[in-house]
Design a binder for this molecule. Structure first.
Ligand SMILES: Cc1ncc(COP(=O)(O)O)c(C=O)c1O
Length: 373
């Protein structure tokens, strides 16, 4: 089977696996224990925090390891909401499922929530965002890269606007960490979520960056993997090792991903049969290709590919599970019938040119048998 679903999750890298096993063997002490075996574990945890902070231009006291991107999202928003007085939140329509749930939670607590859709380039519509602002707007929630179509949101512009109006900004960077250079991002946002399993680290671990953490309040939230709980140090160290490796090759990997993307496009036969959901090259992560085949449900394309030994997806793994239409398609105002055609191909570390050419052939075959153009 050839894997084309790296945006859903990634296999652990050798570096991360080695770091995991090594830490589990040598640093088994509880980071909260006061004896020397605990202290060396705690030192290692602190070193990982400092390293993660350096990757995004933050400081170690601003980094909190969590159980993944979803938990980071929930915790980040909880923190920002508790520090603000307003009653109105703006959220982008194409957010990950964990943030859609947060939306419901906020509404049940009496907050009013407005949604902002995509513009014609598949990124957050800044004109609409600005028009939604009210006197009591306290928080804006946007993702950095959309996990279904790979478009990159204008975080600089959004953060400038938010700080001019005294509005908090939470950014879900699960799809951008270690894929774009985030070394300047900490100064632009109030909170930021990251997950390990998208970048060849273990599953069930991530971190939250908070510009101004209310540390005591976070420590009380016992469901989170934070100070007070027993830290999963092997996962933290493996995650840090995976991040370190990926960040050191961001540029060359993105160039390689762009070549793979162009290669796939050049091998797709009947151009009219394919719709590619993408933005300009500078606003697009090359490794995520959101597409549709005219008149063919994405589900069928996925099953056909699976039958022929290729793992692709019909959208974000959570939405697929609940058979929801991809949120990026609704945000981009794509007609429901067209949105059903959506499927996603995502490349990663182990994708080769040969794999991409083979996948393009399978897609061309599906066009031949199922598309009437
Ligand atoms: C944009 C985005 N945010 C958050 C998450 C959730 O991360 P995790 O699986 O670590 O909870 C995902 C994973 O699919 C994602 O793509």
């Amino acid at each position: 089977m050839i894997y084309f679903d790296y945006a859903a999750t990634t296999p652990m890298s050798e570096v991360a696996l080695e770091a995991y096993v090594d830490t589990a063997k040598k640093f088994y002490g509880n980071t909260n224990s006061l004896h020397d075996i605990g202290s060396v574990s705690d030192q290692l945890l602190k070193a990982c925090k400092a390293k993660m902070a350096s990757f995004i231009g933050g400081l170690d006291f601003q980094i909190f390891f969590t159980k993944g991107g979803s938990e980071s999202n929930l915790l980040g928003i909880d923190q920002l909401i508790s520090q603000s007085k307003g009653n109105h939140v703006i959220i982008s329509q194409a957010e990950h499922n964990s943030l859609q749930q947060t939306r419901q939670l906020l509404e049940s607590q009496g907050y009013q929530v407005s949604t902002v859709s995509f513009d014609e380039y598949g990124v957050v519509d800044l004109v609409q965002l600005k028009s939604l602002k009210r006197d009591d707007t306290c928080l804006v929630i946007v993702q950095h890269i959309n996990g279904e179509i790979g478009t990159i949101q204008p975080i600089n512009e959004i953060s400038d606007w938010c700080s001019r109006h005294g509005i908090f900004l939470h950014v879900d960077a699960v799809q951008s960490f270690a894929k774009l250079d985030l070394s300047q991002i900490a100064e632009q946002v109030d909170s930021l979520s990251v997950s390990s399993h998208k970048i060849y680290g273990p599953k069930g671990i991530g971190f939250l960056y908070l510009r101004n953490p209310l540390v005591h309040q976070i420590e009380r939230q016992s469901s989170y993997l934070l100070k007070g709980n027993t830290v999963d140090l092997p996962s933290v160290v493996a995650f840090t090792a995976a991040a370190d490796q990926q960040i050191s090759i961001i540029e060359s990997e993105n160039e390689r991903m762009l070549r793979l993307r162009q290669l796939m496009m050049s091998h797709l036969g009947n151009e009219k049969a394919f719709t590619i959901y993408e933005s300009d090259e500078i606003k697009q992560l090359p490794s995520i290709v959101g597409m549709g085949l005219d008149g063919v449900e994405g589900q069928l394309v996925m099953l056909e590919c699976n039958r022929k030994g290729f793992a692709i997806s019909t959208g974000s793994a959570c939405d697929v599970k609940y058979q929801k239409l991809p949120s990026s398609m609704s945000a981009w105002s794509v007609e429901p019938n067209k949105a059903k055609e959506f499927f996603r191909v995502s490349f990663g570390k182990y994708t080769t040119e040969d794999d991409v050419i083979k996948l393009a052939r399978v897609l061309n075959d599906i066009v031949l048998h199922h598309v009437s153009i």
